[in-house]
Design a protein around this ligand. Structure first.
Ligand code: SF4
Length: 441
């Protein structure tokens, strides 16, 4: 009798995770629905193209093994060997600089601060190249803020200044501001939208009013608006390339709003004036609050750059650029900022977590990295990983490991674990914990 062939039916495992927080931009949208089939993410609902792409393509260009050595001379090593090497480099270092922290969890950032404290080094986060001026201005004057939920439910005027959310924070408009349906506001028809920028961006094209300011003249324009809000006259024809009639129109819209929200981006914080621009925006909002309700919220970029400022502040009292070389935390922006330490060639080790400074920092500042050891923890192969002397792969925070992140309005949210990381890959919290243990041991 013939033996019947045995058909083995392969079982597929599929599950869906709801209310997932997107670990991409500062909107931290927390309504994603992620489907996993056979340990791979196959579908992401509710996310924008940027967020979905992170989930669906996270294994492309992945760093899978720790390496020691720069560029093409690098050789693969075990996690233990890499950690031992990093611990020895840190022991030999008299002034390490720890940098990054925008794309990882608050739990990881706390361990980075422990390391910098233990070793008498310096630590900084990427807000120095985006909203550091916002932090400085907030310390001077205070921020008149609100949650994104309040904006969604109440704001009838949205002003985007120096930012282009349609391309950088794609769901910001639909979820929290322009077309979001709130408790007291029925979406786009109940709202006016203004964009102030140096060029007509995609966001500007859908605004009710677009104000085109000359590059570098935001401070002047904000000051002119403040004068009009205070019922003073402008004895000029234009300010920052904007006719006074248009500034008056914007001032009227602001005063007539029942609840206005000013969102601002790096167009304001990283152009001429920087923290003074933000101070001018805060002063304008202060003046507006004598006549109506107005708030301002920074458009933070990476999903936990706000968390980096928060955790630095809980732990040291300072939001960025913290130096422990005297045995206690010191904060001198322009002195203890990562770019200044690198420019002066002071640090003797550069330790990067969840960031790619080689792609972002000025080339002249990075020249010092040719003389000192560079260590990187990252899930993928970046130019910084490629240049580093030791690189250790880590799991993706918010996809392969859980943690806490702060949304751009400083609301903390819990990031979920959706899938297992590739075999042998640990979280940065575990790696940093192991390094700390070796140094304390
Ligand atoms: S807007 Fe930002 S947080 Fe929301 S889904 Fe897109 S990338 Fe993710």
């Amino acid at each position: 009798m013939a033996i019947p062939s045995i058909l083995v039916e392969e079982k597929t495992t599929e599950y869906t995770v709801e209310d997932v927080v997107c670990p991409f931009c500062g909107c931290c949208c927390d309504d994603l629905i992620v489907t996993v089939r056979d340990s791979r993410i196959v579908d992401v609902r509710n996310a924008c193209a940027l967020g979905a792409s992170k989930f669906l393509h996270m294994n492309e260009g992945r760093l899978l093994k720790p390496k020691i050595g720069r560029f093409d001379t690098a050789k693969e090593v075990s996690v233990d060997e890499a950690i031992e090497t990093v611990a020895n480099l840190l022991k030999d270092s008299s002034y390490p600089l720890f940098y990054g922290w925008a794309c990882t969890s608050c739990e990881s950032i706390l361990l980075g601060l422990d390391l910098a404290d233990l070793l008498g080094g310096a630590i900084d986060n990427t807000s120095i190249i985006c909203h550091g001026p916002t932090v400085l201005a907030g310390q001077e004057l205070g921020l008149i803020a609100a949650t994104l939920g309040q904006v969604k439910n109440r704001a009838d005027l949205i002003v985007y200044w120096g930012c282009n959310p349609l391309e950088a924070h794609p769901r910001h408009l639909a979820r929290y501001s322009v077309s979001a349906r709130g408790r007291f506001i029925d979406g786009r028809r109940d709202r006016k939208v203004v964009v102030v920028d140096v060029r007509r961006t995609a966001t500007a094209r859908m605004a009710d009013l677009f104000v085109e300011v000359k590059p570098g003249y935001d401070y002047e324009l904000l000051s002119a608006l403040k004068m009009l809000v205070k019922d003073l006259d402008l004895e000029v024809d234009e300010v920052g390339g904007v006719p006074v009639s248009e500034i008056e129109k914007l001032a009227d819209m602001m005063v007539e709003a029942r609840f206005g929200a000013l969102f601002f981006g790096t167009g304001l914080t990283m152009s001429r004036g920087r923290d003074k621009n933000v101070e001018a925006a805060i002063e304008l909002v202060r003046c507006l609050n004598f006549k109506t309700k107005f708030v301002l919220i920074p458009m933070r970029g990476h999903f936990n750059v706000t968390g980096a400022n928060e955790v630095f502040t809980w732990r040291t009292g300072y939001p960025l650029s913290v130096d422990f070389s005297q045995g206690y935390p010191r904060y001198l922006p322009g002195e203890t900022t990562a770019v200044d330490i690198l420019r002066r060639g002071e640090c003797d080790l550069f330790f990067v977590v969840a960031s790619d400074p080689i792609s972002h920092l000025p080339r002249r500042i990075l020249e010092h990295l040719g003389n000192i050891p560079v260590v990187a923890l990252d899930p993928k192969i970046t130019p910084t990983v490629y240049l580093s002397d030791v690189a250790i792969p880590v799991a993706y925070t918010g996809i392969e490991v859980e943690g806490t992140a702060y949304r751009m309005d400083t609301v903390p949210l819990r990031l979920k674990k959706i899938v297992e990381p590739p075999q042998g890959i640990l979280s940065d919290v575990e790696i940093l914990g192991m390094i700390l243990e070796k140094l304390r041991g």
